[in-house]
Design a protein around this ligand. Structure first.
Ligand code: ZN
Ligand code: ZN
Ligand code: ZN
Length: 145
């Protein structure tokens, strides 16, 4: 899970990835880092409603390309975005951790501490990455049952 970061640290992050420090980019970052679940574009749109959709779409794309965020899918198959761990680089993501979909709150969680076992593919198959999803109740929802 991501830790709280200040605007100053977000500026550093953009600088590190050779991205211009725009207000919109900083706000998208701070909103994504503030949550412990992945965020969908409609979620971001409803909060950052003064940033137009095209701008937001481009921000998400460039962040994904730079290894800052990765795509995860919720139970409806909608793309959500989650903050990457520090192992990700430009065009090279290392987000091989378990993604947990909560059937109650619909939250999508990155369980970074759960790493995948080595998966040996049949000859001739070359995977760029693996995604494993689990579904059920998250820690918060299971307590309320
Ligand atoms: Zn990543
Ligand atoms: Zn939940
Ligand atoms: Zn993840």
């Amino acid at each position: 899970m991501a830790q709280a970061k200040s605007t100053y640290q977000f500026e550093d992050l953009l600088e590190k990835h050779q991205l211009k420090k725009t207000g919109a980019r900083l706000r998208v970052l701070s909103m994504m880092y503030a949550k412990n679940t992945a965020t969908s574009q409609p979620d971001l749109e409803s909060v950052l409603n003064d940033i137009d959709r095209v701008t937001l779409y481009r921000i998400l794309n460039v962040f994904e390309e730079k290894g800052i965020i990765h795509k995860v899918f919720d139970l409806n198959g909608t793309a959500n975005y989650a903050v990457c761990s520090s192992g990700c680089q430009e065009h090279h993501h290392h987000d091989e951790h378990l993604h947990f979909n909560c059937t109650n709150c619909k939250g999508v969680f990155c369980l970074n501490e759960i790493k995948f076992p080595t998966i040996n593919l049949p000859a001739g198959f070359h995977a760029d990455g693996f995604t494993v999803y689990a579904s059920g109740l998250c820690a918060k929802c299971s307590k309320m049952q």
